[in-house]
Design a protein around this ligand. Structure first.
Ligand code: SF4
Length: 331
């Protein structure tokens, strides 16, 4: 079995964009590979934040992931800061990563252009990402298209470190492209993202989801009920493709093209499909909230398992680099 690593920001409750774009695939992969999944809180502190809020969001993300189907019997789930070797390896990788490579990263340029003062952590974010993956010597990383450049940098870092210290010690991780198209926000303008306020949370009630779906942007050609539309340009149609069965998706396309129904009817059918999938997830989340010790146990056991792998990687890394080991110092 190949080892897979993937991380998700502790943004609180999962929204359907990251559920469809990543987590639904993670659930499938846990049956096929050895999967290590992390809530990457060290990555979340490169911008401004409140400590209590970060703690709450981390917890909420763990509940969402477990409710969405991550099974601690089949995969490992942990919080990144519970395994300090991530930052230790990141420092080491900083010493083999050219500054120019980091400055060229599109995500860095985008984010830096929107921040008044840019911290070094934002620039070095992809180095920590390389450490996240390579600490477990993972060979596959499920990514969306927008993450491919970062992964290429992880491969470059692995090559550089290997060339200097370790021949083939670190595998060059390969991308496993997530097979769901990018889900746009309800405004139809940009990728679904919490910071844009255009999301639907996977744990929201039907009433709350309907309040968002009802005014959501559709094909602008459908001004009147009798105007035919083009489903492919409509985000609601793409959500049907993600949540509805194939027969319903076909029906949606026909009804849209022939103006057989209005957008409100189309959205009502979508809500039914979403409830079928998200209802059981909401129930599991409520059970987990009622037993918080279960969530803590899963995260603790996951971190213990990861620390054992991480310690072994760092022992080898330090030995090859001529760095001191604790056992060596105390001998
Ligand atoms: S009928 Fe459905 S697919 Fe067509 S434009 Fe309206 S919401 Fe979109």
């Amino acid at each position: 079995m190949s080892r897979i690593f993937s991380g998700i920001q502790p943004s609180g409750e999962l929204h359907i964009g990251n559920y469809l774009g990543a987590v639904r695939n993670w659930v499938r992969l846990q049956d096929q590979h050895e999967c290590i999944y992390s809530i990457v809180d060290y990555h979340a502190i490169t911008g401004t934040y409140e400590p209590e809020d970060l703690r709450r969001r981390t917890r909420e993300m763990a509940i969402s992931l477990l409710a969405a189907g991550l099974d601690p019997e089949k995969c490992t789930l942990f919080v990144q800061s519970m395994v300090p070797e991530h930052t230790e390896l990141a420092w080491i990788f900083n010493t083999v990563t050219p500054l120019g490579e980091l400055e060229r990263q599109t995500q860095f340029k985008d984010k830096a252009s929107r921040q008044e003062s840019v911290m070094a952590g934002l620039l070095n974010y992809p180095v920590l990402q390389a450490a996240d993956i390579l600490l477990y010597r993972a060979s596959l990383v499920p990514v969306g298209e927008d993450q491919v450049q970062h992964l290429e940098l992880s491969r470059e870092i692995a090559r550089r470190w290997n060339a200097r210290f370790g021949e083939d010690f670190f595998p060059e991780p390969q991308p496993l492209l997530t097979p769901t198209r990018r889900i746009m926000g309800l405004d139809g303008q940009a990728k679904m993202s919490k910071s844009m306020g255009n999301t639907i949370g996977i744990l929201e009630t039907d009433e709350a989801i309907w309040a968002k779906l009802r005014p959501a942007v559709t094909d602008p050609a459908r001004v009147r009920r009798t105007d035919p539309g083009t489903p492919e340009v409509c985000n609601i149609y793409h959500l049907h493709r993600a949540f509805s069965d194939p027969a319903t998706v076909e029906h949606v396309a026909t009804q849209c093209r022939t103006a057989g129904w209005g957008c409100i009817e189309c959205k009502q059918v979508l809500l039914e499909s979403m409830t079928r999938e998200l209802g059981p997830i909401r129930e599991r989340a409520a059970e987990l909230r009622a037993r918080p010790e279960l969530v803590s146990e899963v995260l603790y056991a996951g971190a213990e398992r990861c620390r054992a792998i991480a310690r072994e990687t760092m022992r080898e890394v330090k030995e090859r680099m001529g760095l001191a080991e604790l056992s060596e110092v105390t001998r």
